[in-house]
Design a protein around this ligand. Structure first.
Ligand SMILES: *[C@@H]1O[C@H](CO)[C@@H](O)[C@H](O)[C@H]1NC(C)=O
Ligand SMILES: *[C@@H]1O[C@H](CO)[C@@H](O)[C@H](O)[C@H]1NC(C)=O
Ligand SMILES: *[C@@H]1O[C@H](CO)[C@@H](O)[C@H](O)[C@H]1NC(C)=O
Ligand SMILES: *[C@@H]1O[C@H](CO)[C@@H](O)[C@H](O)[C@H]1NC(C)=O
Length: 480
C-alpha cells in the first residue's frame, strides 16, 4: 500500500498529491514494482487495456442538466455528486416523503443517509497519504490520539462478533443448512467441511505439478495434456476498479513454479469448473449442498490461490459463496447488508464496493465504520464458511493460501412479501444503493421468518437422491 510518512515524504508522495489536486486518482499501488516483472505484463495486457479504454469515461444518466456525472473506470472517483443528486430527489416532488408519512407502506424505514466527512489523507481503496502526526495511530502506538483503530487495518475499529459454527463431527445436512442458513440469510462456519470433500494434500504444489496417475500429463494441465490458461493478478492489494493489472492467459503450471517469488504475480483466481481442468475429480459435493435446489444452483467453483499476504477490498458478491479452505489461513470480516451505509457504498463509483482503504481506515473521513456490526471468522485449512450474497466481506489471507469457492445462485426470494410499495421504494430515484441493499435483505429475512413456516417449505426438503462421485460428474456449470 502506498503510504508515506510526513517525516521523509518522498517524491512519490508529492506526485500523488499533485495527481489528487488535479482530480486524477489513477495511482499505482506499488511504486516499487520491479522493472523485470513489469516487462512481462504489457505483452499480456493489450486486450484488457483496450476493454478498459473502451469503457473510458462514462456519463451517468442524470436528470440534472447542470450536473452531469462522469465516472471513469480507470479510477475510483468518489460518487459524492451522485449522492447529492439522490438526496435532492428525496423531496416531496418525487414523493419520497410518503414512505415516512405512512409507515405501513415501508414499515422498516429507518434510513439515515451517511456521507464521508472531510479528511486531508485521501484514503480510498487503493491509496492513503498519511499526514504529520499520523504515525502513532498508523503504528498502533499508545500515544495515538485518534479513535480506536484509526488508520489501522479493518477490524481493529470495533468489537468483533462471531458467527454460528458447526463442529466437524456434527455438520448439518442440506435441508438444515437451507432452513437455518440459506433461507435465513445467516453466515455459518463449518469446521472440517472442506477436509470431508477433498484430500488437502492433493492441492499442494508438488501434487499439482506431478503427473496424473493414469496419464503422462501433469495435474496442472488440462485433461488430455493441454496447457491451462488461468487468470492471475499481479498485486496483493486492489489497485484499480477492474482489478487491473491482471493477466488472462497465464500458464497454470508456470504460476505454481513461480508464484512464491517476490516479482511473480501474487494471485491465481480462476474457475476450476469452466474448463477441462482435471481438478473437479479431486472434489466431491459438500453435504450441505446435497439437495436439488442447492445442487442445481451452483454455477462455478473458483480457485483462489496465492502466496499469502493478500487483502481484498471491502465488497460483496451478488451470489452465495461456500468457501472451502484448502491451505493457509483466512481472516474474514463479515457484515450484514444492513451495514451498507456504514461502508459508504454510495461513495464508490462501482456497485458492491466500499471506498474504504482496508489497510488504513481513516476514521476522520469514514467515522461510521467504527459503529458497524462486524463478524470475524478465522478459516483454517479444512474448514468452510458460508457467505450469503450481499454480505460485505474483507478477506485477509496469510501463508500459501488456496481456497475453493462454490458460487451459488440461490433462489431464496419468494414474490409474496414484495409489496408494490417496497418495489416502488426500491426503484425510487432517491433511494440510495445502501438502502436498496437493506430493503432487499429485509425482504429475504421476512420471507424466511414469516411467510414460510417450516411445514410449508417445499425447497430443499430432501437430500439428493444420488450423490455424484465427484464434481466432475456435474453438468450445470456455466460455460464461458
Ligand atoms: C435489517 O434491517 C431491517 C430494517 O431495520 C430489520 O428489520 C432487520 O431485522 C435487520 N436485519 C438484521 C440481521 O439486523
Ligand atoms: C491423501 O493423499 C495423500 C497423497 O496422495 C495420500 O498419502 C493419503 O493417503 C490421502 N489421504 C486420504 C484420506 O485419502
Ligand atoms: C504484505 O504486503 C504489504 C503490502 O504490500 C507489505 O507492506 C508487507 O511488507 C507485506 N508483509 C509481508 C510479511 O510480506
Ligand atoms: C457510534 O455509536 C455511538 C454509541 O451509540 C454514538 O455515541 C456515536 O455517535 C456513533 N458514531 C457515529 C459516527 O455515528
Amino acid at each position: 500500500m502506498t503510504t508515506a510518512h510526513a517525516s521523509g515524504r518522498s517524491m512519490l508522495t508529492f506526485v500523488l498529491l499533485l495527481l489528487q489536486l488535479s482530480g486524477t486518482v489513477e495511482i499505482p499501488v506499488q511504486a516499487s514494482t520491479a522493472a523485470a516483472a513489469d516487462a512481462e505484463w504489457p505483452e499480456r495486457q493489450p486486450l484488457q487495456q483496450q476493454a478498459v479504454d473502451a469503457m473510458g469515461t462514462q456519463r451517468v444518466a442524470s436528470d440534472d442538466e447542470d450536473e452531469p456525472i462522469e465516472l471513469t473506470h480507470k479510477s475510483m472517483v468518489l460518487r459524492d455528486k451522485k449522492f447529492v443528486l439522490a438526496m435532492k430527489k428525496r423531496t416531496e416532488a418525487y414523493g419520497f416523503d410518503k414512505y415516512w408519512a405512512d409507515p405501513s407502506t415501508a414499515p422498516f424505514l429507518d434510513f439515515a443517509p451517511i456521507a464521508p466527512a472531510a479528511s486531508p489523507r485521501h484514503c480510498e481503496v487503493h491509496k492513503c497519504v498519511l499526514i504529520e502526526g499520523d504515525e502513532p495511530c498508523a503504528e498502533g502506538r499508545a500515544e495515538c490520539e485518534g479513535p480506536r483503530g484509526h488508520l489501522r487495518s479493518f477490524g481493529e475499529q470495533m468489537d468483533l462478533q462471531s458467527i454460528e459454527e458447526h463442529h466437524a463431527a456434527l455438520l448439518p445436512d442440506a435441508p438444515y443448512f437451507w432452513r437455518e442458513h440459506v433461507a435465513k440469510y445467516k453466515p455459518v462456519l463449518l469446521r472440517g467441511a472442506a477436509s470431508k470433500v477433498t484430500n488437502l494434500t492433493d492441492w499442494s504444489d508438488e501434487a499439482l505439478l506431478s503427473a496424473r496417475d493414469d496419464a503422462d500429463h501433469l495435474r496442472c494441465e488440462l485433461k488430455g495434456g493441454g496447457r491451462w490458461w488461468v487468470t492471475v493478478e499481479k498485486n496483493n492489494r486492489i489497485s484499480h476498479n477492474d482489478r487491473f493489472p491482471l493477466a488472462e492467459g497465464y500458464d497454470f503450471c508456470r504460476f505454481i513454479r513461480e508464484y512464491r517469488h517476490p516479482d511473480a504475480p501474487t494471485y491465481c483466481i480462476h474457475s476450476i469448473t469452466d474448463t477441462l481442468s482435471d481438478l473437479p475429480t479431486k472434489l466431491s459435493l459438500p453435504g450441505v449442498l446435497a439437495c436439488n435446489e442447492l445442487y442445481n444452483s451452483m454455477h462455478a467453483v473458483r480457485m483462489w490461490f496465492s502466496r499469502g499476504n493478500t487483502t481484498s477490498s471491502q465488497h460483496f458478491d451478488t451470489h452465495d459463496n461456500l468457501m472451502l479452505q484448502i491451505d493457509g489461513i483466512k481472516d474474514i470480516y463479515l457484515s450484514h447488508p444492513n451495514e451498507s451505509a456504514k461502508m459508504y457504498m454510495d461513495h464508490h463509483d462501482k456497485y458492491g464496493l466500499s471506498p474504504l482503504n482496508v489497510d488504513r481506515v481513516d476514521l476522520e473521513r469514514f467515522p461510521h465504520v467504527a459503529n458497524a456490526s462486524v463478524q470475524h471468522v478465522r478459516l483454517m485449512p479444512g474448514d468452510a464458511v458460508y457467505i450469503p450474497d450481499g454480505y460485505w466481506h474483507v478477506i485477509k489471507s496469510t501463508d500459501r493460501n488456496l481456497a475453493l469457492a462454490f458460487e451459488i445462485n440461490t433462489r431464496r426470494l419468494a414474490p409474496e412479501p414484495w409489496t408494490p410499495a417496497l418495489n416502488e421504494l426500491y426503484e425510487h430515484p432517491g433511494t440510495l444503493w445502501a438502502e436498496q441493499r437493506k430493503i432487499m435483505a429485509t425482504m429475504k429475512e421476512a420471507w424466511a421468518r414469516d411467510a414460510h413456516d417450516e411445514a410449508e417449505w417445499t425447497q430443499c426438503k430432501e437430500p439428493l437422491a444420488k450423490m455424484p462421485a465427484s464434481l466432475a460428474d456435474y453438468n450445470g456449470w456455466v460455460q464461458h
